[in-house]
Design a binder for this molecule. Structure first.
Ligand code: GTP
Ligand code: SF4
Ligand code: MG
Length: 392
């Protein structure tokens, strides 16, 4: 039995292992991670549902491997499995295209062309070097034996090189603070807040502030006035949950630098300018327009309430238009977005930057505007200029 795991892989870059049945995909995964994670057999179509493995790739960091069903799986479920594989490819930072004894066939060649077109990095892994040695290798191609382990290190080095080049996470907040700056984080604790925890975007911002030797004070919006009163000087920066930005801006002196967690994420993941344009577009929405609300994961407690309830209500109230809302979460992101007037995306804390950028690209090619939750809330609350003016 294979594991059917499709976890939210957090921000681990995904490495998808694809290819025809019996090309040695599962053997390769097991060899790279040094464990029998995926079942290997000489029977075609052994891997049915994808098998995932979180792994610490020494020299790079945490990644998630996804071993997939063979492209030429002709079983009844083959088509569904192919769709599942395509969904994984959509999110992958790197694709290992494994080629078996029979060499490259038309399907795999077409898939490689597709990867090129979509700017998804890949390595062609010619497998079975122990029984064949007749390949003239080109750039980003390697010849390995998943069975004996021959050349696996060469493959791993190449993977690390590509991943390092690829993954340029921008700073969340580190370029906006300096050592000893006093930063006040305002986090409401309402019914939507997860029990006993602080949500991930806030934790990530806190961590980056601490990494940069800032002094961080965290309070709820109800304690902001008393927090400010107890500080000897005005804070250098205030970072606020979008949901309470309006109240907070009313409390703060005009010269205090303030932004929202979502604005920081919009800058860090995705295209800040595009998100701003998308937020301004709500003034142009018309009756009957369709809006897609996209959440990067299905973390019910964290964002469900905001995405499914608060955002639609705010947009309806602000625009006073009859709008239709659709929702997607997790791996799903519509291929064809042309029916929508606007896509409103979550902060994407569980997605990589490339993941969000690909979604933005999709919107661009469908000529649909995109914004994110927090930027849109700031626009609706009339504070967009204030929260974005100190950020580039
Ligand atoms: N000699 C040799 N055999 C290999 C190599 N890689 C895989 N095999 C064998 O090829 C067969 C298929 O390997 P798998 O890893 O199950 O292939 P797969 O691509 O995962 O196949 P599906 O799950 O059916 O899509 C097994 O019998 C492996 O032992 C290799 O490099 N050399
Ligand atoms: S911001 Fe998006 S990715 Fe992060 S927890 Fe919320 S729904 Fe998930
Ligand atoms: Mg397999």
């Amino acid at each position: 039995m294979t594991h059917n795991i499709m976890p939210s892989s957090g921000m681990r870059p995904i490495i998808a292992i694809i290819g025809n049945t019996n090309s040695g995909k599962s053997t390769l995964l097991n060899k790279i991670v040094g464990q029998d994670v995926a079942i290997v057999s000489a029977i075609k179509g052994t891997t049915t549902d994808s098998v995932s493995k979180n792994y610490e790739l020494t020299g790079f960091g945490a990644v998630s491997f996804f071993d997939t069903a063979g492209f030429d799986d002709c079983s009844e479920l083959g088509e569904k499995r192919l769709k599942a594989t395509k969904r994984i490819i959509n999110r992958a930072e790197l694709v290992l295209v494994v080629v078996g004894k029979d060499g490259l066939n038309e399907t795999i060649k077409a898939e490689i062309e597709e990867l090129k077109k979509r700017n998804i990095d890949y390595v062609v892994v010619y497998n079975f070097s122990d029984v064949r040695n007749d390949i003239v290798l080109k750039k980003n191609e390697v010849l390995v034996s998943a069975l004996t382990g021959d050349n696996i290190n060469v493959l791993i080095d190449l993977m690390i090189k590509i991943l390092k080049k690829n993954i340029k996470e921008l700073p969340l907040v580190s370029d906006l603070v300096k050592k000893n700056d006093v930063v006040v984080m305002v986090t409401p604790i309402d019914d939507g807040a997860p029990k006993g925890r602080i949500i991930l975007p806030q934790v990530q911002v806190l961590r980056e502030l601490l990494d940069n030797n800032a002094i961080v004070v965290t309070c709820r919006e109800t304690e902001l006035k008393s927090t400010l009163a107890k500080l000897k000087n005005k804070p250098d920066f205030v970072i606020v949950d979008s949901q309470v930005i309006k109240e907070v801006v009313e409390i703060l002196d005009k010269d205090i630098k303030v932004t929202t967690f979502s604005t920081l994420f919009a800058r860090n993941k995705g295209d800040f300018k595009k998100f701003l344009e998308g937020a301004l577009f709500i003034d142009k929405l018309k009756d009957g327009d369709k809006i897609l609300i996209a959440e990067g994961c299905s973390h019910r407690v964290t964002c469900k309430d905001i995405g499914r309830v608060k955002i639609p209500n705010l947009v309806k109230k602000y625009t006073k238009k009859e709008l239709v809302f659709d929702f997607v979460s997790g791996l799903d992101f519509r291929d064809d977005l042309s029916e929508y007037a606007l896509v409103i995306h979550c902060g994407g804390c569980m997605l990589t930057r490339n993941d969000v950028c690909r979604r933005i690209e999709k919107c661009k090619s469908s000529k649909v505007k995109i914004t994110n939750f927090g930027i849109l809330i700031s626009k609706i609350q009339g504070v967009l200029e204030r929260v974005s003016k100190d950020l580039s």
